[in-house]
Ligand binder design. Sequence first.
Ligand code: SF4
Ligand code: SF4
Length: 246
Amino acid sequence: MKNPVSPLDSHQTFRFTCSPQVTCFNACCRDLNQVLTPYDVLCLKQFLNISSNDFLDTYTEDNTGPGSGLPVVSLRFSDAEDLTCPFVTDAGCRVYPARPASCRTYPLARRVSRHRETGRLTEHWALIREPHCLGFNKGQMQTVDEWVNDQQIATHNRMNDMLLELISFKNRFRPGPLMPSEKNRVYTALYDLDAFRDAWFKEDSPLAINTNIQTLDRSKTSDPDLLIVAMDWIRETVFTPNPAKT
Ligand code: SF4
Ligand code: SF4
């Protein structure tokens, strides 16, 4: 049997098209462990025009990463036998413009590695040929770069790489499981961004954090910039060996 996972360079091509015409339409939107990143949550709550707290309560489950104590937020799939995603409909994904990065990237998978000396990140791509997915039979050839561009994944990847940097920082300076109170702070800051905003801007004199001044300024009106502030705040107040007092 052909290996279902094949590494690809960003300039290499693959044939794939997904549309309502494929007989497997929606087959991939069930029975998944769909982990959400903070930026996925941000995009989905904005698209649905609800608060981050309402989004998390209605559509997600929160677990704790074994070993790290970090929050792991996943979409809550139906309890029915078909285990469907809460956003799948007969007509397809009802949050398509705001779908998570992993849904955009499929049938590709992305991983990043960091150069030990320069710290530079390198992307690695692989094509996943799952037997139920019939999108490989037809459609146009495209490169990985063209797929990333077509699916508008670049901003997701940039924000998710910042999260990876933050987790890597935690692994170096705050290894081992977080205390429940620390996990709650991470959860609120990174996932419940509207609650973080309320707390952050209520401060009479916001804590000094090592964040670009323009980002701080934009965070008053921009959720992605506020998420960058939240990541910096978590780095300085939870993940450092001698956290700043809050
Ligand atoms: S978010 Fe949309 S694309 Fe992703 S699994 Fe759910 S229905 Fe499918
Ligand atoms: S299984 Fe593949 S072709 Fe079918 S709907 Fe999902 S991504 Fe598209």
